[in-house]
Design a protein around this ligand. Sequence first.
Ligand SMILES: [Zn+2]
Ligand SMILES: [Zn+2]
Length: 356
Amino acid sequence: MRAIQMVRPEAGAAVVVNDLEIPTPGPGEVRVRIANTAICGTDRHIFHWDPSIRHMITPPVIIGHEFCGYVHACGDGVVGWSQGTYVSAEMHIVCNKCRACQAGNHHICENTQIAGLHRNGCFAEFVVVPASNLVRLDPAIVPPHIGSFLDALGNAVHTVQAASSIAGRHVLLSGYGAIGALAAAVVQFEGAKSLTITEVQPGHLERARKWVAGLDSRVPVFVHNPAEEPNLVAQVREQTSGGVDAVLEMSGSPAAIHAGMQMLYPGGEMMQLGIPSASDLMLQDFSREFIFKGLTWRGILGRRMFATWDEMLGLLQRGLNVEHIVTHRLPLSSFHAGMALLDAGQAHKVVLDPTC
Ligand SMILES: [Zn+2]
Ligand SMILES: [Zn+2]
């Protein structure tokens, strides 16, 4: 089968299109024939051999962790799944034994293995996953090009739902990449009082302005480039009666985290999904903003298994529109072209099709 494999631990040229054996499902596992798969920001970190992610990857490994497809073969002991069933899967594979798992917090399992990083992923014609990780999809509600990135939509929904509430509150979203764009759509759908988006990348900014205006929503949305607006903190505070109630931090930029804390109204909360790109957060943030405003800062990882999956499928069924974020659909073998589009800021979500 065709697969996108990282063959050596180094940047760029170490990720190749390879012809590999079709994997055989072991006990409790299922082989899925992939319909569509999508490139995630994490795949860009892997492709560029980013120091933040190296410890999780041991090449050779098939990369990719966002997909949907059809059950193709079941290993010993698998019950309840039959060939042809339309599915996606949670690619965080958890131990079910640690204290986090036992408490029902599988998404923060201390022994998490991620398919596409620690073990073979889904940039291929077939992938093998534990049957317990499968999620059944309704093709009438989730077409394959949308089903390909439920992992990312789950991140967005999990981040939004980590706030104590969104409806009727002022929300700031910093970082309008793929997950940011999905989170913005969820915030508009859930009926925030206002949504302020900050982004510095020109392509992302342009798409943010176009897409938020195109969604059927009564939520007022303001899109800003903080690099060009030195008084943005004061402006946002004024726009939001003294400050925002919730920050969805998707950029990992220390400047954005700092500004987010400054823009928060006392008692507000920051949901931190972006992984900081540097370790220079200023301690003054923690006294002036964090402590004296009584803020909450919550780390966001993955999606709840499987409550977030249920909730996101419910949102799609109720009409949440995320169609716009798919800017490119390419054959799997054009992976490198898709990566180049993302690197150039010309794409938001690139969906790959291994069947053509
Ligand atoms: Zn992802
Ligand atoms: Zn565990």
